[in-house]
Design a protein around this ligand. Structure first.
Ligand code: SF4
Length: 352
């Protein structure tokens, strides 16, 4: 087998821990997803990532705490105020704590994510953080996925027990959303300045996004020192304004994951890579993280995604096992072995 010379050089460099340039990443994303060349790219993305992260994976759990017609008005989200069918709802602090305890009951959860709409009630969020912090194991972190916030608020979050924040300047932010891309990027700086871990993602990817667009958006996370990078496809929901643009395959998503795996070699802060929604193709192309989900979900028409698209913790853990990861990393840096015996003990489920 002989690979095209540019591909061979880029992949060999990656195996030697040298990150591709932006131009090289654009080239990697022009490869047809079903080609031999893309297959080799996914394989190298996988190898680079497993070597880098010691074949350890991470389990995360996200709780969407509320639903509302959202002024973010993203055309790819079921809560955008111009097209949503959702009413305003809010989980109580007790309900949030109950779901956090259920997610962390296995003792192997790296972090609980609390996700709100773009606008949210500050005092309510802090109360939820403090209540969850009291009730979950010390080795499980808390991460927020909320609208833009100031550095003083970031410090207050940190003081109340938050260790990271997910924040993204999405593909076509300001065009497919009603939000200001510069405000989103300012929050990246706030997150880093306050000493929180910065969780980023190349999202929400659709068939219309060019390799250049994907790379420019992907590198924002790298340039701002993201702790977690990721790739997420836009999910096709018929009532969304972008529905006619369609949806990419998991195979194409895995190609983006592989490019993230290679590109983040140039970002020493990156300690893990996620794929949304969880799938085995992405987990064998460079991703080592999946999220279980409950409550509100921008990609789901069910008010509680646990009843529809959201993976539960048992299924997420089993998927990481099936992808061949040998350990789960906890929020305090310790690990637990991920083997068949462990899976049987924690899942108490059939392994078929
Ligand atoms: S993606 Fe977030 S900001 Fe955009 S409409 Fe949905 S909830 Fe609001």
């Amino acid at each position: 087998m002989k690979l095209p010379a540019p591909l061979d050089r880029i992949l060999q460099n990656a195996l030697d821990r040298k990150a591709p340039s932006k131009e090289e990443c654009v080239y990697l994303l022009t490869l047809p997803a079903d080609s031999l060349e893309a297959g080799v790219l996914r394989s190298v993305g996988d190898t680079v990532s497993r070597r880098r992260f010691g074949n350890e994976a991470m389990l995360l759990g996200q709780i969407g705490t509320d639903t509302a017609p959202c002024p973010g008005n993203c055309k790819f989200c079921v809560f955008g105020e111009d097209h949503t069918q959702f009413e305003r709802t809010q989980l109580t602090v007790e309900e949030i704590v109950g779901r956090a305890k259920a997610f962390s009951a296995g003792g192997d959860l790296y972090a609980i994510f609390l996700m709100t709409m773009h606008d949210f009630e500050w005092g309510g969020l802090l109360s939820a953080v403090e209540a969850v912090r009291r009730e979950i194991p010390a080795h499980t972190q808390i991460v927020v996925n909320i609208g833009d916030f100031t550095v003083d608020q970031a410090r207050e979050l940190r003081a109340s027990g938050v260790q990271g924040a997910y924040h993204v300047c999405r593909l076509r932010e300001g065009v497919d959303t009603g939000l200001d891309p510069e405000a989103r990027k300012e929050t990246f700086r706030v997150i880093r300045e306050a000493g929180l871990d910065f969780y980023y993602c190349c999202e929400p990817i659709g068939p219309e996004h060019s390799p250049q667009e994907l790379v420019e958006q992907m590198f924002l996370g790298i340039e701002h020192g993201c702790f977690q990078h990721a790739a997420m496809r836009r999910v096709w929901v018929p009532q969304l304004p972008v529905a006619e643009r369609g949806q990419i395959t998991e195979l194409r998503l895995a190609q983006v994951v592989a490019v993230v795996s290679l590109a983040t070699l140039g970002c020493p802060e990156t300690q893990n890579i996620a794929v949304h929604e969880p799938n085995l193709v992405g987990l064998t192309a460079g991703a080592n993280v999946v999220y279980a989900e409950t409550g509100a979900n921008p990609r789901d028409t069910e008010a509680d995604t646990a009843r529809n698209r959201g993976l539960d913790m048992e299924a997420a853990r089993k998927m990481l096992y099936e992808a061949g990861f040998s350990a789960l990393r906890l929020g305090d840096g310790k690990t637990v072995s991920l083997d068949l015996e462990y899976l049987q003990d924690t899942n108490r489920c059939h392994l078929d």
